[in-house]
Design a protein around this ligand. Structure first.
Ligand code: ADP
Ligand code: MG
Length: 600
């Protein structure tokens, strides 16, 4: 074959291979065009899962008559004109490919009217460069794109389409994803002339959170933490699920960069890492997060469908997301008011001037707040590490009759030697003693290690002699220096023998032999300060805390129980144990009343 230039329609069909996979990809491109045109309302009509027909109308800026043909031409766009613009893209589109690509694999009609024009105009296209003259057509200001018979001229591709219901499912997913990006835009979908989804425009945070709940689940906001933090050039807001409300699939994770939905390994990793010590490995957080970033810091031209981005300072972005979420999760102790995201801003990018970690600073009296949100001054100062040793030191609780009831209330009884029952201002609090204690121990071990560089050690009354395999003894000897930092004094006394002379004070009473064995088993830890090492240390500490924690079955006095409750209030992440199980739940008055059908 001789080399020849391909005809435009074929070029567009090739481009369509990347951009138009199925009806949902068309919906995505057309909705993004409507967003870019500043529409506040979008209506979508579908027939047969969008295969037969997709019609999208908006009330945006419209296209003047003389530009209609251009809109359908390849590489024709109103969104960028110079290379510099590409660096600062804030619109969803900029490649000028969607309309020509779509028109090359379907029967496309574009009808549009600008506010100034006294009539609308309509034009049809087939992916070639030859466009008929626009004809006058009745249309309100805005644009309607109608796409019929997808892949009618490319039968091989048509075969890949699935049942109408499946295609409709993909479309709804796409629309929901876009609807979360732009809560300010009202959206209506009809399939076979039946209303399928109606999302009113949201003008305040409450309406915004209602949209989020409509799309995720009506329980989500109640079981989530609001995020709102910013630093120079970066702002992160939205909602993340409480660690206790994870899912078995990562199917409800929405992340937006400058209002563009993206899937990005770096981001996924940062979020995962933030949850790492509060959630099981194979569970997945639920989140709707919005990152606003200086557009010059991010390259959106990394993928034809623009679902991937490249960050210029990827490390910085990663760390900002990770630290923000980690702090937000850590701040979830009982009685801590979560932050509330600001109002949604339609074109949300602003560079904040100051660094504010707003977590917990705003009073929560809106429906966004979790139930236990009274801003509560703890009656006791956070316990010193020593006060946390086992058995609980019964340190005095300075109870002031006028002080409010603490968030977790006061212990009234212990049930089956496992659960603490406490009366709180709202109702009845139930605490899993073992889980709560495990978390408290773990957090204070971590804190000691972070703050003092080592864990407080306590000599054993009787040094413990133990026999190990030579291999383990070698490892232990090699580790000894690191273990000192962890409060463990370990010396080799022979080929296969060691002696333990001191243990972490917090772990008094724990099985020293088991502890040492666990540490050795996890000892492929170097002693550099890399995140991997840190994570490994945390894993070991979590395991250690689990050994030491009060086993279900041990009797606690009321004072000990109260002491545990106060420690929980003062401890970060105390809402769940190291494995992501909840440590406490509350039945409020309202729930209790409803059990007994009071007030009906
Ligand atoms: P891109 O969005 O990358 O610019 P498209 O092929 O999607 O490329 O659209 C081409 C041009 O047509 C856009 O740049 C815009 O000027 C115009 N356009 C498309 N859809 C609309 C719409 N719904 N409202 C107003 N103008 C539109
Ligand atoms: Mg576009």
């Amino acid at each position: 074959m001789t080399i020849q230039i391909l005809p435009p329609q074929l070029v567009n069909q090739i481009a369509a291979g990347e951009v138009v996979e199925r009806p949902s990809s068309i919906v995505k491109e057309l909705m993004e065009n409507a967003f870019d045109a500043g529409a506040s309302r979008i209506e979508i009509d579908l027939e047969q899962g969008g295969i037969r027909m997709i019609r999208i109308s908006d009330n945006g800026s419209g296209i003047p008559r003389e530009e209609l043909a251009l809109a359908l031409s390849r590489h024709a766009t109103s969104k960028i004109s110079r290379q510099e613009d590409l660096v600062n893209v804030l619109t969803m589109g900029f490649r000028g490919e969607a309309l020509p690509s779509i028109s090359s694999v379907s029967r496309l009609a574009l009808t549009s009217r600008t506010p100034e024009a006294n009539s609308g105009y309509r034009i049809t296209a087939d992916g070639s460069e030859i466009h008929p003259e626009p004809e006058p057509a009745a249309h309100p200001p805005g644009t309607t794109v109608e796409v019929r018979d997808l892949f009618y001229n490319t039968p091989a591709r048509r075969k890949f389409l699935r049942a109408d219901k499946t295609e409709l499912g993909h479309i709804l997913q796409t629309v929901e994803r876009l609807a979360l990006a732009r809560p300010d835009v009202g959206i209506l979908i009809r399939h076979q002339q039946k209303e399928t989804l109606r999302l009113p425009p949201a003008s305040d945070t409450e309406a915004w959170s209602q949209r989020v709940e409509r799309i995720l689940s009506d329980q989500f906001i109640d079981h989530s933490i609001a995020v709102n933090a910013s630093t120079e050039g970066l702002q992160l807001k939205g909602w993340i699920s409480l660690p206790t409300h994870s899912r078995s699939q990562p199917d409800q994770q929405f992340f937006y960069v400058n209002q563009r939905h993206v899937r990005d390994k770096l981001i996924t990793h940062a979020v995962r890492q933030a949850y790492q010590d509060v959630m099981y490995q194979n569970r997945h957080a639920v989140y709707v997060l919005y990152l606003d970033i200086d557009p010059a810091w991010v390259d959106v031209n990394a993928h034809p469908a623009k679902t991937e981005v490249r960050f210029r300072e990827s490390r910085q972005v990663h760390d900002f997301i990770f630290r923000t979420l980690q702090r937000t999760i850590a701040a979830q102790k009982p009685g801590h008011a979560p932050a509330i995201p600001d109002e949604p801003s339609p074109f949300g990018f602003q560079i904040p001037e100051t660094t504010v970690f707003a977590s917990g600073q705003k009073q929560a009296s809106t429906p966004l707040s979790r139930r236990v949100t009274a801003a509560y001054p703890p009656p006791v100062s956070p316990p010193s590490p020593q006060a946390l040793s086992i058995p609980f030191a019964e340190y005095a609780i300075q109870m002031d009759a006028s002080a409010p009831v603490p968030p977790l209330g006061f212990a009234i009884a212990c049930l089956h030697d496992t659960y603490i029952l406490a009366e709180s201002a709202q109702g009845l609090v139930m605490v899993d003693m073992h889980a709560a204690h495990e978390r408290i121990t773990y957090e204070s071990l971590k804190q000691q290690l972070e703050n003092q560089g080592s864990i407080l050690s306590q000599p054993l009354l009787l040094p413990l002699r133990m026999t190990l395999s030579r291999h383990d003894a070698d490892k232990a000897e090699h580790l000894a220096e690191t273990l000192v930092r962890w409060g463990l004094d370990l010396q080799r006394t022979g080929d296969t023998s060691m002696v333990v002379r001191a243990m972490p004070a917090l772990l008094e009473g724990a099985d020293a032999q088991k502890l040492v064995q666990d540490l050795i088993a996890n000892s492929d830890i170097g002693d550099t300060a890399s995140p991997a090492v840190e994570q490994a240390i945390h894993e070991v500490l979590a395991g250690v805390a689990c050994h030491a924690a009060v086993r279900a079955g041990r009797k606690l006095s009321l004072a000990e129980m109260n002491s545990l409750l106060r420690q929980m209030e003062a401890t970060e992440r105390s809402g769940q144990c190291n494995h992501g199980r909840p440590t406490w739940i509350e039945l409020d008055r309202h729930k209790l009343d409803s059990f007994f059908m009071r007030g009906r």
